[in-house]
Design a protein around this ligand. Structure first.
Ligand SMILES: Cc1ncc(COP(=O)(O)O)c(C=O)c1O
Length: 409
C-alpha cells in the first residue's frame, strides 16, 4: 500500500490546480460598452433590462427582476410575501445566512426543516411537519447544485396555501425532471456572487411567472418606487434599494451566454469524480439521481468510516485541499441572531413581542439529519476549468487516504 503523504509518503499532486477564470473578452467588451454609454444607472441604461429579459427567456419564465445579491433577492421575495410580524417562514438549516436573515429583516420568524443527511437538502416531510397556522412561505434551498424533491414540496405548498420561494443561489441552470430549478415556485432567487455558476462579483435575480408578484418585486427593489407603476414620487410601501448597476448587467449578460456550458461541464466532472470514488472504503458518495442533474457548486461526499477531520487532513496532505463539515453547525447556531434573539437593538423583536404565538428555541435537536450530515460531509471545490486529469488526481487522493487510513486503523 502506498504510504500516505501525511505519514511521509510522496504526494499525489504537486502542481497547483487551474484557477477558475470566469471573465473573458466578452465581459470586457460589454463592460466597456456600458462605461462608454455614460450611464451606469439601471433606469437610463440598457444592460440590466436586457439581462432581465434574457435571464427570463433562458429559464422560460415571464419575468425576471435583477437585484444586488442573493440575499437581496431573497429579501425581495420575502418582502413580496409581506408577512405580518411573527408569521413563520420555513427555510434550510444548512445554507448561507442569506436564506435566513431576510426572514428576520421582515420581522418574521425562521423555522428550520430537517434535511437528508446525504444530499443535505430539505426533506418534504419535515417541511410539512413544520407548517403551522402562522406559516406564510417556504424557502426551498437547492444546495451544492442539487435540486430538492421539488414536486413533493410544490404539492405541500399548494395543500397548505403557502408561498414557495426557491433559493437557487448554489444551483443555477440545473434541471429537475427536464425543467430548471427556480421555475417551480412562485419566485426563484439566484446569487451572482463570485463563486456562483454565473457571477457579476455580487448580484442577484428573482424569477416569477406571476405579473402581480413581478410588480411587487420591482417595487420592493426600489424603495417602493417605480415610475412605470406609480406616480413619479409615490412610494408604495417600505422597501430598500436593491437596484443592480449597468456594470453588473453588462457582465451578467456575457455570463449568461456561457452559463449552460459551465453547468454541463460541472455535471460531467462531478459524475466522473463520483464514479471514481464510489468504492473507496469508509466513503459514501451522494447518489446521482436519474430525474435531475447535479451541477456541483462545490462537490460533496461523506466520510462515514474514518474520522472526517483526519481524512480531510490526509487528503489535503496529498496536495488536494479538502475541508470537513461545511458550515460546521446548523446555520442558526452560527451567531447570536437566533440563539440569543439579537435582532433589533436590545428588543429581541419579534421573539418576545405579542406578535408571536409561541416560544422559539434554536438548538441542534431540531434538525438531527442536518447535524449528522454536517458531521460526515467533506467539501472539495471543482469547477469548469478543471480537466478530467485534475478530477482523477482528486479521486486518487481520496482513494489513497481511504485505503491508507483503513489499513492503519
Ligand atoms: C444557498 C444560498 N442562499 C443565499 C446566498 C446568498 O447570496 P449572496 O452571497 O449573493 O447574498 C448564498 C450565497 O452564498 C447561498 O449559497
Amino acid at each position: 500500500m502506498e504510504k500516505l503523504a501525511i505519514h511521509g509518503g510522496s504526494k499525489v499532486r504537486t502542481e497547483p490546480f487551474p484557477e477558475r477564470t470566469p471573465f473573458g473578452k466578452r465581459e470586457e467588451e460589454l463592460l466597456l460598452q456600458a462605461v462608454r454609454s455614460q450611464t451606469l444607472f439601471v433606469k437610463s441604461g440598457r444592460f440590466v433590462k436586457e439581462l432581465e429579459k434574457e435571464f427570463a427567456a433562458f429559464y422560460g419564465t415571464q419575468y425576471a427582476q435583477a437585484s444586488t445579491s442573493g440575499t437581496a433577492a431573497i429579501h425581495t421575495a420575502v418582502g413580496v410575501v409581506n408577512p405580518n410580524p411573527g408569521d413563520e417562514i420555513i427555510t434550510a438549516p444548512i445554507t448561507d445566512p442569506g436564506s435566513v436573515m431576510p426572514i428576520l429583516m421582515q420581522n418574521a420568524v425562521p423555522i428550520f426543516a430537517d434535511v437528508d443527511p446525504k444530499t443535505l437538502n430539505m426533506l418534504p416531510e419535515s417541511i410539512e411537519a413544520n407548517i403551522t397556522d402562522r406559516t406564510r412561505a417556504i424557502i426551498l434551498v437547492h444546495l451544492f447544485g442539487h435540486p430538492c424533491d421539488i414536486d413533493e414540496v410544490v404539492k405541500i405548498a399548494e395543500k397548505h396555501n403557502v408561498i414557495l420561494i426557491e433559493d437557487c443561489c448554489q444551483t443555477h441552470a440545473t434541471k429537475y425532471k427536464g425543467r430548471y430549478a427556480g421555475t417551480f415556485g412562485q419566485m426563484g432567487c439566484f446569487s451572482f456572487q463570485q463563486s456562483k455558476h454565473m457571477t457579476t462579483g455580487d448580484g442577484g435575480m428573482i424569477l416569477t411567472n406571476d405579473q402581480e408578484t413581478y410588480i411587487r418585486l420591482k417595487l420592493f427593489s426600489d424603495k417602493g418606487w417605480d415610475y412605470q407603476y406609480m406616480g413619479d414620487r409615490d412610494h408604495a410601501f417600505l422597501a430598500p434599494n436593491y437596484r443592480m448597476t449597468e456594470m453588473q448587467g453588462a457582465v451578467g449578460l456575457a455570463q449568461l451566454e456561457k452559463l449552460r456550458d459551465v453547468v454541463e461541464r460541472r455535471i460531467a466532472l462531478g459524475r466522473v469524480l463520483t464514479e471514481l470514488i464510489a468504492d473507496a472504503p469508509g466513503v459514501e458518495v451522494v447518489p446521482l439521481p436519474a430525474d435531475r442533474e447535479i451541477s456541483w457548486w462545490n462537490y460533496i461526499f461523506h466520510v462515514t468510516g474514518h474520522d472526517p477531520d483526519e481524512f480531510c487532513q490526509a487528503v489535503s496532505a496529498e496536495g488536494i485541499s479538502m475541508s470537513a463539515h461545511y458550515i460546521k453547525d446548523p446555520i442558526y447556531m452560527r451567531g447570536d441572531f437566533l440563539t440569543k434573539g439579537r435582532t433589533y437593538g436590545d428588543s429581541q423583536f419579534p421573539f418576545n413581542s405579542p406578535y408571536v404565538s409561541r416560544d422559539y428555541h434554536y438548538g441542534p435537536e431540531l434538525v438531527p439529519g442536518a447535524v449528522e450530515g454536517l458531521r460526515t460531509v467533506a467539501v472539495r471545490g471543482i469547477h469548469e476549468h478543471m480537466s478530467k486529469d485534475d478530477i482523477r488526481d482528486i479521486a486518487k487522493a481520496i482513494n489513497k487516504a481511504a485505503h491508507g487510513l483503513a489499513g492503519s486503523a
